[in-house]
Design a protein around this ligand. Structure first.
Ligand SMILES: Cc1cc2nc3c(=O)[nH]c(=O)nc-3n(C[C@H](O)[C@H](O)[C@H](O)COP(=O)(O)OP(=O)(O)OC[C@H]3O[C@@H](n4cnc5c(N)ncnc54)[C@H](O)[C@@H]3O)c2cc1C
Ligand code: FES
Length: 509
């Protein structure tokens, strides 16, 4: 990729998960020609691969199609806490969905932790899985008390604590014991190897799905081949085919992570401070390396100013609290937040009997993505799955979602109008310095221009191919990001993240 490096940001720009996994990945085996299977799974992150392995355990044949390589999407850039503690979710669920659904959510998450542990044992994977306590801390004791009470009522062993050692200023916390952390990419590379060794499974990486025809059967098309399947699972983060208005019911939130070497030992346990700005902390241990992972600074993708400044704020926050030796890695990714805070797992839309989705994990996809695999495989195999009632993508939850839906969509509409208006009145500025990027107007059309460090100009249409909002420059990730539903493109217009599935066309700069 072109070099736009003009930053002074600390650390290598990659996640520790990607940096510490093998470079000799097996042949990607892109799909060529036609193949018929029971189920086609699109996306090889934690949701897609969990679904594929569960389907094989039920003896259904599977083809997994992945645009990039295994676990290089959101899952390759997570912080990988495997926990049932998802912010103040139980208080929310009890109020908005009722006690029974809150208990159901809790049981699904706990089962997912055990399931990952069981699979690690079964496959003999060395992926740093360790049981650890998880703390949700805050300076609002009332909020914490409510969450402890709701979590206990949901069947979890939650306790109220007033001392949170690394964070002396915290007044109260919810503690869940027996949670876990692990190395998600090592785990999923082992799952992928298991699929590759299995005659009933096919894993095709570097295979971008360009079109999907759902029906009986379904046809999943790529540039060089087609999979014919009785059922399709979309596990692509944002679904590449929107059959139920997902773009209006969930919103992309980008967050930032630093992998830090400390002068001393990093703490045991996992920590999360909800609110704004949220912070997430855990230790990483692997092959003699120990790092403190510090996450936070989330914002709606394509909005909120310099992304480079977010890394700087995260580093200052860590330096105030820990003896930082150096920042080894920095990375960023985004997840999708449903307006009512519950993931979408199940049949994708009305009249799409053979198409399922798994999305909207709200920053908690390690358990939710694992659970999606179990629930979807059972459903596709014809078993009744009562939990899918809670996660139903077609649910109507006006009490829990109406206010948020209206606010978020008003925000999207305002981004659409403001950006088009501003770009149309922007003077034609094509004289960019190396490392700079701008959207400009040329012949009335908005063009996204970025000049790399070698002086070469990269010019593409600034109109997002999803629903025509205008993209904004992301200075830390050097990408064009859409403020409406979070699609992202590289400086040459190639899709990095959906919902857009078509590249930005090249333009003359
Ligand atoms: C900063 C951050 C920290 C997080 N930390 C935690 C945590 O500590 N614990 C936790 O539980 N959760 C965490 N999460 C959330 C969790 O990482 C995600 O929910 C989860 O990884 C999502 O998995 P996925 O399989 O849905 O998506 P992905 O891993 O993105 O997989 C989707 C795959 O689909 C592929 N794809 C997309 N389009 C196509 C196409 N057209 N054709 C073929 N393939 C395609 C992509 O290349 C990608 O590999 C965090 C999220 C963020 C943003
Ligand atoms: S992501 Fe929807 S308009 Fe860009």
């Amino acid at each position: 990729m072109s070099d736009f490096a003009s930053d002074d940001l600390p650390g290598e720009a990659t996640s520790v998960w990607l940096a510490s996994t093998r470079e000799d990945d097996p042949d990607p085996d892109p799909l060529e020609g036609t193949r018929s299977v029971d189920v086609a799974v699109v996306g090889a992150g934690i949701a897609g691969l969990s679904t594929a392995i569960e389907l094989r355990e039920r003896d259904l044949t599977v083809a997994v199609l992945e645009r990039d390589r295994v676990a290089t999407g959101i899952t390759g850039k997570t912080t990988a806490k495997l926990t049932s503690q998802h912010g103040t979710i139980y208080d929310h669920l009890r109020r908005e969905f009722g006690p029974a659904q809150s208990s159901r959510y809790a049981a699904v998450q706990e089962e997912a932790i055990d399931r990952v542990e069981g699979r690690i044992d079964e496959l003999g994977v060395d992926c740093g899985f360790e049981r650890q306590p998880a703390y949700l801390y805050s300076n609002e004791p009332d909020e914490i008390e409510r969450e402890v009470d709701a979590a206990r009522a949901a069947g979890l062993e939650a306790s109220y604590v007033t001392s949170v050692p690394p964070f002396e200023r915290a007044q109260a916390a919810v503690r869940f014991d027996d949670q876990a952390w692990f190395h998600p990419r090592k785990y999923l590379l082992a799952v992928a190897d298991e699929l590759r060794a299995d005659d009933g499974a096919h894993l095709h990486e570097e295979t971008r799905v360009t079109d999907l025809e759902d029906g009986t059967p379904c046809f999943v098309r790529t540039e060089s081949g087609t999979v014919r399947a009785k059922h399709v699972v979309l596990a692509t983060g944002f679904p590449i085919l929107d059959r139920a208005g997902y773009f209006a019911r969930m919103h992309p939130k980008r967050s930032y992570v630093l992998g830090i070497r400390l002068d001393g030992d990093p703490p045991e346990g996992m920590y999360y401070r909800s609110g704004d700005p949220y912070r997430s902390v855990r230790t990483y241990r692997d092959d003699g390396e120990e790092l403190l992972l510090v996450g936070g600074e989330n914002h709606k993708t394509g909005q909120g100013g310099s992304t480079a400044d977010r890394y700087r704020r995260l580093e200052s926050w860590a330096r105030e609290r820990f003896p930082v030796d150096e920042v080894a890695y920095r990375w960023s990714t985004q997840d999708y937040k449903p307006v009512d805070k519950v993931p979408f797992i199940g049949r994708a839309g009305a009249g799409t009997e053979n198409l399922s989705v798994a999305t909207g994990f709200r920053g908690w996809g390690m358990t939710n993505g694992t659970a999606a695999g179990r629930l979807l495989a059972a459903d596709i195999d014809g078993e009744p799955v009562p939990e899918l009632d809670l996660f139903d993508p077609l649910r109507l939850t006006p009490k829990a979602s109406l206010g948020k839906t209206l606010t978020e969509n008003a925000d999207t509409a305002s981004e659409f109008v403001t950006d088009w208006f501003q770009t149309l009145v922007t003077p034609d500025l094509t004289a960019l310095e190396p490392g700079e990027a701008k959207t400009v107007r040329k012949g009335g059309k908005p063009i996204a221009c970025a000049r790399d460090e070698d002086g070469e100009l990269h010019a593409v249409s600034a109109v997002c191919t999803h629903m025509y909002c205008l993209v904004e420059w992301n200075d830390a990730e050097e990408s064009w990001d859409c403020p409406c539903h979070g699609s992202r493109f590289d400086p040459d217009g190639e899709v990095l993240e959906g919902p857009a599935n078509e590249d930005l066309p090249a333009r003359e700069g």
